[in-house]
Design a protein around this ligand. Structure first.
Ligand SMILES: C[S@@+](CC[C@H](N)C(=O)[O-])C[C@H]1O[C@@H](n2cnc3c(N)ncnc32)[C@H](O)[C@@H]1O
Length: 222
């Protein structure tokens, strides 16, 4: 299994494969809906040891900080969510297929709600979709388009009353590679949300194969 993973990983970095993927890329939202509709998943980072580590960090912080509700922007197929311990939860994702998978999987769980949304057709100044904590796990480096990135970052911080947890990569590599584009989102927060402060950062341990770290932001006036 791990040798298959390393072969696929090597192949996915081949320049020819990357060029073909870039040319056939139809945009972030279409990419993910097509992927789920064909039976694909949220990716390796949402399964196995990687998912366990992500859940450990978020569950510990949710308990320690006394978080009462979580709004998850980009909830995915629900495998990662299966490990979560949250008092009250709202998951949003532009992929209706992913949201239906979550609805089916958690149909007997009265603490979890889901919405499929069009990022360009959602405004929530009244805060109907706001929670104590907004969560973004392995979404930011998948946002290839500038407008989508800007829209998403705004939505994440608008969705939080007290805390924001981001699991992503802050390393800049501002070139689209396949369905990824890496940006320093911490700079965006510094420049656009000065009322939020970075409280903690945790990097993955050596047995976790993730390029993402965890970043906990809290509102300055708390
Ligand atoms: C790698 S998966 C991560 C799923 C989940 N957060 C996890 O950690 O298992 C990335 C998810 O981001 C979603 N996504 C793409 N564009 C988005 C956007 N503008 N807003 C919210 N989610 C988005 C995709 O549909 C996909 O489900």
């Amino acid at each position: 299994m791990s040798s298959l993973r390393s072969v696929l990983s090597t192949l996915s970095k081949n320049p020819l494969v990357l060029q073909v993927r870039k040319r056939t890329f139809k945009g972030t939202t279409t990419y993910w809906e097509d992927r789920y509709a064909k039976g694909g998943t949220s990716g390796a980072g949402s399964y196995g040891r990687e998912a366990e580590w992500k859940a450990e960090i978020v569950n510990d912080w949710v308990a320690e900080l006394g978080v009462t509700s979580v709004v998850d922007l980009g909830c995915g197929d629900g495998n990662q969510l299966g490990l979560a311990k949250y008092p009250r939860y709202l998951g949003l994702d532009p992929s209706a297929t992913a949201v239906r998978l979550c609805m089916e999987r958690f149909r007997d769980d009265p603490t979890k709600s889901f919405i499929a949304y069009d990022p360009s057709a959602l405004a929530d100044p009244a805060g109907w979709l706001r929670g104590d904590l907004a969560l973004s796990m392995e979404v930011i480096f998948h946002l290839v388009e500038d407008a989508l990135f800007e829209n998403y970052m705004t939505r994440v911080f608008e969705s939080a009353e007290r805390y924001v947890i981001i699991c992503s990569n802050a390393t800049v590599d501002d070139e689209q590679v396949s369905h990824e584009r890496h940006r320093d989102f911490t700079k965006w927060v510094e420049e656009n949300r000065p009322e939020w402060v970075l409280d903690r950062r945790v990097d993955p341990p050596s047995d976790v194969n993730l390029q993402s770290s965890f970043f906990l932001y809290k509102k300055k006036d708390l």
